[in-house]
Design a protein around this ligand. Structure first.
Ligand SMILES: [Zn+2]
Length: 247
């Protein structure tokens, strides 16, 4: 009887020691991993850059319409932009938003459509230009006549060399985390994209996907997918901040 009890006790001690050792090892691993991560991003956390988040279109301006004839670009843009804002804020990054609800931002609500559109886009640019240490992050959805075309693509302003760096980080992040099949390259903006053409601060436009592509539209209509896109944009911004703060 006594012998059996001792064996059981030994087993118990061995089990406790094994579990304790496993716990300590996993704790140390988690500690050092977290320490490495915080060291890697330490410059990001002290960054005084302010990300101006521009949810494209809004209010009277719906942007493009999805292949289903119902989904409006302005709504997808707003949802992703609000998620990007919440995540960047959680990381302690300064942000300013052009809009957080369905509205346009023209100076005078009595303006007619074309004049209102011009005023709206100028005000978005003015917000980015008047914000200290800003980078402009404009969120849009694409559209093309060929319904097979899909995939995110980031456009960048040629006026500030940091724009291409930010665009590349976001493009890489979206491809790595969400769209491994995406072979698109970042693209320098032409004068057709007013806000990028005129911006002097680092400025990019993320075209998250094609609403004209039925499958990509279905993905973008899913909340979980929009979370993934927002998260990958945020990781791209953090990588950019890490890179630029190191210089
Ligand atoms: Zn758009």
């Amino acid at each position: 009887m006594k012998l059996i009890a001792t064996k059981k006790a030994k087993h118990k001690i061995t089990l406790v020691l094994t579990l304790s050792a496993a716990f300590i090892i996993s704790y140390l691993f988690a500690f050092f991993y977290a320490k490495t991560a915080t060291d890697t991003y330490s410059k990001v956390f002290s960054s005084d850059i302010c990300v101006v988040i521009d949810a494209g279109h809004g209010g009277f301006d719906s942007g493009t319409v999805g292949a289903d004839g119902i989904t409006l670009e302005k709504d997808i843009n707003l949802d992703i932009a609000n998620r990007v804002n919440a995540m960047l804020t959680a990381f302690g990054i300064n942000t300013v938003t052009v809009r957080e609800v369905d509205k346009s931002v023209e100076s005078d609500s009595t303006l007619k459509h074309k004049s209102a559109k011009i005023s709206d886009i100028k005000n978005r640019l003015a917000l980015a230009e008047s914000t200290d240490n800003s980078v402009l992050l404009s969120i849009h959805q694409n559209h093309y006549s060929d319904p097979d075309i899909n995939g995110a693509q980031v456009f960048y302003s040629s006026n500030n060399p940091s724009s291409a760096v930010l665009a590349q980080q976001i493009q890489d992040s979206i491809v790595n985390l969400v769209q491994p099949e995406n072979k698109r390259s970042i693209k320098e903006s032409t004068s057709s994209i007013y806000i990028l053409d005129k911006a002097s601060v680092p400025a990019v436009m993320v075209e998250c996907g094609f609403l004209s592509n039925y499958n990509e539209l279905q993905q973008l209509k899913s909340k979980d997918y929009r979370k993934k896109i927002a998260f990958s944009i945020v990781i791209g911004v953090l990588e950019y901040l890490k890179q630029t703060e190191e210089v």
